[in-house]
Structures are given as structure tokens and as C-alpha cells.
Design a protein around this ligand. Structure first.
Ligand code: COA
Length: 434
């Protein structure tokens, strides 16, 4: 086969691909750097000129400035339905012109296969290899499911995309049209690790034995834990999101994946997002497998590694231990992602533990993140029945299997001192401090 000739025959412009889009289409894209800003910009232009209407776009974790997400005049013409909001889709949801699909991340491929019909799947890939394959680079996630379901596949071929040798691939024969672009991938601004995050990182690191397998979630605290794990040995990684702190742990020798029960010797993730250092690490590296999310985030897979440790963040927690990681009251902030999948997977693993960690206060010590009851409108991400350890800079509370009164006492003890009396008063009033 002459793949180069097929490639050339399918190579076109963003405007020509956008011209195929019709009113009522459902467009799919995957997470972060897998998205196709150039094609989407051309589609948005057609919506702006009223050439199309009723087009929906499903995405997860938008990190490009996809300008259509910030343009509420396009509502109804080109509308976002986010599987997990970030950046533009978060603003669109809070502005009332974008929608959100609640889910556990691991279930998205099932919904894609069973519920939705995609007119096109748009994805950013690395340049074609000599066998006619393009690597989906930093993302596996639900892309394999979308490629199975979509009527068409449009590519943005970006020579800055790394080639993930153990990741999802698409063949030129599956592709309906492609454009070439050349730009840096989006990067996550580095998180600031302050003294409080360092304390939290240290408290968790003390409870992680050498040889454990780790998952680190999204946010400043999981990054601080990563930094605190550099002195450990023989750690493994099985995680939803591959982050900068994990590259650091691999390159300093703390992670070698040698004690894992599954995928021994290999880091496993479903997508990567962070700095250029991550993208360089992935390029041509058989030491990292980017696998579909319905496998990577399945608690029954996660728990197959012994001593599985999950570390995730939250916005507030009540005295039952109900964890909100997605909203501040009714204000939408995030999605469930894989938090619950990893809490469950870690707790099912032999020797496993799950930590939900956060600074005790927000907004300059004016708000306690440990609350008697959740703020009205707050979304429960991890339930009282799943929660395991809660950590603040004041200590560690173990809640799983504990009665409500002991949960409340432990949580009050790790709340900021300015709020402990008020929390005790509320708990006594409710009759739960027995
Ligand atoms: N009340 C009011 N405001 C609060 C608050 C509270 N209880 N808690 C946090 N905030 C504010 C912060 O002050 C901050 O405001 P700013 O942006 O104006 O500074 C903002 O909300 C974000 O809080 P922060 O603690 O900095 O968030 P983060 O970047 O560390 O992310 C989560 C925390 C929970 C949003 C993030 O971990 C997440 O999206 N989790 C859900 C998904 C998940 O856990 N996936 C796991 C697998 S990757």
C-alpha cells in the first residue's frame, strides 16, 4: 500500500473539513492535548455566520482556548456538552450556555458505545509512521470507543505531538480527512508547593511504604505528595492522569514499577497533561502505556496491584466524610473524573489506602473546608461509604468503617483551629458527638 499517496489524498484545509459539518451533528473530542483547536475554530466560524445550528460538541478537560466555549452567542448553534469541565467548558456551564454530563470517567466508553451517535471524531495526532499509523499521543481515554462509533474521523496532524508506542493508534485507512498543524501542546501552569502543601505531602508520604503503587489526582496537593515521595524506593504508577511530578519520580529513581502485580516494569495511565517534559518523556517510550479509561480506571483492575495508594483533592468535606470535589455550593468547578474509581480500587487492593487531601481553609482562612454539613448545592463526589483517609495540614483522619461520632471527632481535630469550636458546637447540637 502507498500510505503516503492516501495521506496526500486526504490532506485538506480546516475550512474544507468544517464545510462538511451539518446542522444537528454531534462532534466528539477527547481530553486536553488531543483536542483540535484549528478544526474547531473553522467550525465555530460557520456557526457564527449562521451556516450551521444545533451542533453539539462533547469534550473532556478543555485546555486549549477553544474560543467557541467562551462565546455565548453561539449557544444553540455550537454547544458544549462536557464529560468533565475545565477552562472554557467550566465557564460555559456556570454561564448557563454549556452542559455537563455527570459520570464516572471509567463509564464514558460505555455511554459512547451505547447511547450516542457521533457524526465525527476530531483528534490531534503525531505524524504518520511508515506503516500508516498515527499515534494518539498523550491520550487514550475514550478515544478508542469514539473511533469505533464515529461516522467520520478528522485529524489534526501536529509534529509537536509525541509518539506513544504503547498507546492508541489510528490508521490512515480509517481517516476521512486531515490537516497539518505545527504548534506546541498546551501546558499546565506549574503548581506552587507552599509550606502547607509540603506538610500535607509529608503526612501522606509517611503512610506510603516502599514498593507501593500510586495514583495522584489533579491539583496542587497531589503534586505536593509527589514531591514528598522522592525518597521512596520501588514505587509503581497506575493512574488516570500522568503528571509532571510522576516524571520527576521516575527520573529520580523512586518509581521503577518493579513491584507491580500487573504491567510490571511499566507506568500505566489513560492520559497525560502537564509540561513539555511529560510530552518528551512519552515520545517513543515503551516504559509508559496509555490505555483506555474503561480498563485503567476500573476498580477491579486498579485493585490488582497490591498496596495501591490513591491521592486526590477536594473542595469541602462534611462530618459524615462526604467529599465534594466538584462545586462550591451551586457553582460548578470540576467533574468526578476518576476520584471514586481510585478510592474504591485502592481500598479493594491488598494493603491499599485512599487519601483525600486539602488545605484546611480557603480564601485566606475565612472558610473551613471541613464543614458540619455540605454547603447547599454542593455535589457529593466520594460518598461516606467509600471515603477512607482525610488529610489536612493538621493531621490525618481515618473514616472508613468508623462510626459517625468518631468520624466527627477526628475531622474536627484536623480542621483549622479557628473553626473547631464552631464545628464541635454544631456536631453536639446535631447529637453526633456521643
Ligand atoms: N469554598 C470556597 N472556595 C473554595 C473552597 C471552598 N470550600 N475550596 C476551594 N475553593 C476555591 C479556592 O480558593 C480556589 O479559588 P481561586 O481559584 O480563586 O484561588 C479554587 O476554589 C480552587 O481550589 P483549589 O483547592 O486550588 O483547587 P485545585 O486546583 O487544587 O483542585 C479540585 C481541587 C478538587 C477541584 C480538583 O482536584 C478536581 O477537579 N477534583 C475532581 C476530579 C478528581 O479528583 N479526579 C481524580 C483523578 S485525576
Amino acid at each position: 500500500m502507498n500510505y503516503t499517496a492516501e495521506y496526500e489524498a486526504k490532506r485538506t484545509s480546516a475550512e474544507a473539513l468544517a464545510a462538511q459539518v451539518q446542522s444537528g451533528w454531534l462532534i466528539g473530542m477527547d481530553a486536553g492535548a488531543a483536542q483540535t483547536p484549528t478544526i474547531m475554530s473553522a467550525i465555530a466560524e460557520r456557526a457564527r455566520k449562521d451556516e450551521i445550528a444545533g451542533v453539539k460538541v462533547q469534550t473532556l478537560l478543555d485546555v486549549y482556548p477553544l474560543e467557541y466555549l467562551a462565546d455565548n452567542s453561539l449557544f444553540g448553534k455550537l454547544t458544549s456538552e462536557a464529560w468533565f469541565s475545565g477552562g472554557g467548558s467550566r465557564r460555559a456551564v456556570n454561564g448557563g450556555y454549556g452542559d455537563i454530563i455527570p459520570n464516572y470517567y471509567r463509564d464514558i466508553p460505555k455511554y459512547i458505545r451505547g447511547m450516542y451517535d457521533y457524526d465525527v471524531f476530531c483528534v490531534s495526532v503525531s505524524p504518520m509512521d511508515r506503516h500508516g499509523y498515527f499515534s494518539l499521543s498523550t491520550v487514550s481515554s475514550y478515544s478508542p470507543a469514539m473511533m469505533e462509533k464515529a461516522r467520520r474521523i478528522f485529524l489534526e496532524v501536529n509534529d509537536h505531538q509525541p509518539r506513544a508506542v504503547c498507546g492508541a493508534q489510528v490508521h490512515i485507512s480509517q481517516v476521512d480527512g486531515l490537516i497539518e498543524v505545527s504548534h506546541e501542546l498546551p501546558v499546565l501552569p506549574p503548581t506552587k508547593i507552599d509550606a502547607i502543601s509540603e506538610t500535607i505531602g509529608g503526612l501522606i508520604a509517611e503512610r506510603i511504604a516502599d514498593g507501593s503503587c500510586i495514583q495522584l489526582g489533579i491539583g496542587a496537593i497531589p503534586d505536593a505528595v509527589g514531591a514528598a515521595l522522592k525518597q521512596k524506593h520501588d514505587l509503581g504508577i497506575h493512574t488516570e492522569m500522568f503528571t509532571d511530578s510522576m516524571v520527576e519520580l521516575i527520573q529520580c529513581g523512586a518509581v521503577n514499577n518493579s513491584k507491580k502485580q500487573i504491567h510490571r516494569g511499566q507506568t500505566v495511565t489513560t492520559f497525560a497533561f502537564g509540561s513539555k517534559r511529560i510530552y518528551d518523556y512519552i515520545d517513543d517510550n515503551p516504559g509508559i502505556a496509555l490505555l483506555p479509561v474503561d480498563y485503567v480506571n476500573d476498580p477491579n483492575v486498579i485493585c490488582r496491584n497490591d498496596n495501591m495508594i490513591s491521592i486526590n483533592a477536594a473542595l469541602e468535606v462534611d462530618l459524615w466524610g462526604q467529599v465534594c470535589a466538584e462545586s462550591v455550593g451551586t457553582k460548578h468547578m470540576s467533574g468526578s473524573g476518576g476520584q471514586v474509581d481510585y478510592v474504591r480500587g485502592a481500598c479493594q487492593s491488598k494493603g491499599g489506602k485512599s487519601f483525600i487531601a486539602f488545605t484546611s481553609t480557603a480564601k485566606g482562612d475565612t472558610i473551613s473546608k471541613i464543614k458540619s454539613t455540605l454547603t447547599p448545592g454542593a455535589v457529593v463526589t466520594t460518598s461516606k461509604n467509600d471515603v477512607d483517609y482525610i488529610v489536612t495540614e493538621y493531621g490525618v483522619a481515618h473514616l472508613r468503617g468508623e462510626p459517625l461520632s468518631r468520624r466527627a471527632k477526628q475531622l474536627i481535630a484536623i480542621a483549622h483551629p479557628n473553626f473547631r469550636d464552631e464545628l464541635s458546637f454544631e456536631a453536639k447540637k446535631r447529637g453526633i458527638l456521643i
